[in-house]
Design a protein around this ligand. Structure first.
Ligand code: ADP
Length: 583
């Protein structure tokens, strides 16, 4: 994963490169945009100036055209030719009046009549009568039969353009008429324009202009050539040489100057806009770079925390699976331990059973010896009766022997069955035969101790859940304990009764012995608790009997008997099946 410092370093580099690019781009954009704006402004100004030039040129030509036709028309007028007839009466006064009349009607600045030799006959207002030079140039054209045209100026206020034409009588030049055009209205119109408009004559003198201070000054004096070709500085204004129009008829040039300031303003406007746009774009680009950096850092942070979380989860999972493994190992160990415990318990049960058998062995061997002795006696008797031929008695003795052998075989079977290792299955077993078998095993001891054993079996086999050998062990133990408690008493009696029930079958083993003191009622079920002498008991009988009954889902408790003896209550789960299964 890219480190945060690397991301910041990269961003710094990108930002630097971007700033350089933006600067380069900005400078280029400023110059391109400024140049474009400048060019556009220049074109607009040029167009505007060209329009102005065209309009003013037309206006000027129109005014001059109006007066150009006036002298040829008037020269044919009889009242005018009459002024130069030899018989004219007071021609000077008449000519003056005529001149005043024409000037008044046409709006001309001056109207003058000349003799063919150039002398002035009369003028309307005697403005140019002294300007002999210029008038003579007019008269040269008149004498050649052309329309004379000439600028006339006395001072900046007295400027005019004169048209002159010859007055002829039968093709003989008898005089001339000159009409001078007033330019004040033209200049008044031009003064409305911001741009300098002026006319230069053949000699380059400013003749007409909307800048009064330039009048009658040579253009070269006003104009300082600027650096750019075709551009001239006049009083801080740029003059475009191509915005000059020749007025060939008048031999004049009409000029319109454009102010350069709008172009400069346009240049700066273009530059400012480009700079602002560049700055904006640059700002956006830098902002994007900044955002990208923040995004990358955030992604990195998220990734880092995801990895941290992943590692944590992995560690926790590993810890959990370790715990799981150790738990399952522990479970296995516990299962093995339980198995071992179960085996040990089974061994203990067997050991306790064998111990009980050992205790019973004396009585049992006595129980075997008695019938054996009796059998020998009956056999001897049978031999004697056979010798005597008393077959009836022989049969009787043999029958008795058979009965005794049968009894011994039954006891032997019970012993064999009792001494076998018990199984571990729990199933439905008939209760009555089990108690019968226990009684059979315990009876010799009871007989020896002089204890009467009573059992009133119920009619049904009374099935319960358990194991035959283990249940037999329980009852043998309870009966033996009772017999032990009653030993030495003449009226010793132990009774077993069954109380069948739907769910629970209760077996009570009651004796009329000394009973159990209250403080021992719990401890008698503890292992190795005994009140018997060493060698007579090891104190595990009741604890094993209790655990066997618990295994079958029942319980073993002790109560006080009716005669002050002990009453052991065995509760077992009733089984519905009546048919007992052999273990
Ligand atoms: P043990 O018979 O080897 O002593 P038990 O666990 O079978 O071991 O019996 C424990 C003790 O309970 C006996 O030592 C005895 O004191 C007492 N006990 C058992 N049954 C009776 C009974 N029917 N009457 C009086 N005491 C009894």
């Amino acid at each position: 994963m890219v480190s945060g410092a690397a991301i910041r370093r990269n961003t710094r580099r990108t930002r630097l490169a971007m700033v350089c690019l933006i600067c380069l781009f900005g400078v280029a954009a400023v110059f391109i945009s400024a140049g474009w704006w400048h060019q556009r402004a220049e074109e607009q100004l040029a167009n505007k100036a060209a329009e102005t030039l065209a309009v003013q040129a037309e206006a000027l030509s129109g005014i001059l055209d109006k007066y150009r036709l006036l002298p040829p028309l008037l020269s044919r007028e009889p009242s005018v030719t009459a002024l130069f007839q030899p018989d004219a009466v007071n021609p000077q006064e008449a000519a003056r009046r005529k001149a005043v009349e024409i000037a008044g009607m046409s709006g001309a600045k001056e109207v003058a009549f000349f003799h063919p030799d150039g002398r002035v006959l009369a003028t309307a207002s005697s403005l140019f009568s002294d300007n002999i030079d210029e008038q003579s140039r007019l008269l040269v054209a008149v004498q050649q039969g052309r329309l004379g045209r000439q600028t006339v100026s006395l001072d900046s206020e007295q400027r005019a353009y004169g048209f002159a034409f010859g007055i002829r009588d039968n093709n003989r030049l008898i005089g001339a008429i000159a009409v001078y055009v007033d330019f004040d209205p033209v200049e008044a119109t031009w003064s409305l324009s911001d741009n300098p408009i002026f006319v230069t004559d053949r000699l380059g003198t400013v003749f007409l202009t909307n800048r009064p201070q330039w009048r009658l000054k040579p253009l070269s004096q006003l104009m300082t050539q600027s650096g750019a070709p075709g551009h001239y500085m006049v009083d801080g204004k740029i003059l475009h040489s191509d915005l000059t129009r020749d007025l060939p008829l008048l031999d004049w040039q009409l000029h319109v100057l454009s102010d350069e300031r709008p172009m400069r303003t346009a240049w700066w406007t273009g530059a400012t806009i480009a700079a602002l746009v560049s700055a904006l774009l640059g700002g956006i680009a830098l902002f994007m770079v900044q955002r990208r950096e923040a995004h990358q850092l955030r992604m990195r942070r998220d990734r880092a925390s995801a990895l941290r979380l992943e590692r944590l989860v992995r560690e926790r999972t590993r810890a959990l699976s370790d715990t799981n493994i150790s738990l399952s190992r522990e479970v296995d160990e516990r299962r093995i331990a339980e198995e071992q415990l179960r085996l040990a318990q089974a061994e203990l049960v067997q050991a306790a059973k064998l111990a009980a058998l050992g205790q019973m062995s004396a009585a049992l061997s006595h129980e075997f010896n008695q019938p054996l002795t009796a059998i020998r006696t009956y056999a001897d008797n049978a031999v004697r009766f056979l010798e005597k031929g008393r077959s009836d008695s022989v049969t009787d003795n043999l029958t008795r022997i058979n009965g005794l052998v049968e009894r011994m075989a039954g006891l032997s079977r019970s012993l064999l069955s009792f001494s076998r290792k018990p199984g571990t299955t729990i199933k439905s077993v008939p209760l009555v035969p089990i108690i019968d078998e226990a009684l059979m095993l315990a009876r010799p001891g009871a007989k020896k101790a002089g204890v009467a054993l009573n059992f009133k079996p119920v009619e049904s086999p009374c099935a319960v859940f358990g194991g035959q050998i283990r249940l037999s062990q329980v009852f043998v133990n309870l009966i033996n304990n009772g017999v032990d408690a009653l030993a030495g008493r003449e009226d010793g009696e132990l009774s077993i009764c069954i109380q069948p029930g739907t769910n629970e079958t209760i077996v009570r083993v009651v004796d009329n012995g000394p009973g159990i003191p209250p403080d021992q009622k719990i401890s008698i079920f503890e292992p190795f608790f005994t009140t018997k002498d060493v060698g007579s008991g090891i104190g595990i009988g009741l604890s094993i009997a209790s655990s066997i009954v618990r295994d079958f889902g029942g319980s073993l408790e002790v109560e006080d008997g009716v005669d002050g003896g002990a009453c052991f209550v065995v509760r077992l789960k009733s089984a519905q099946e009546t048919k007992a299964a052999a273990e």
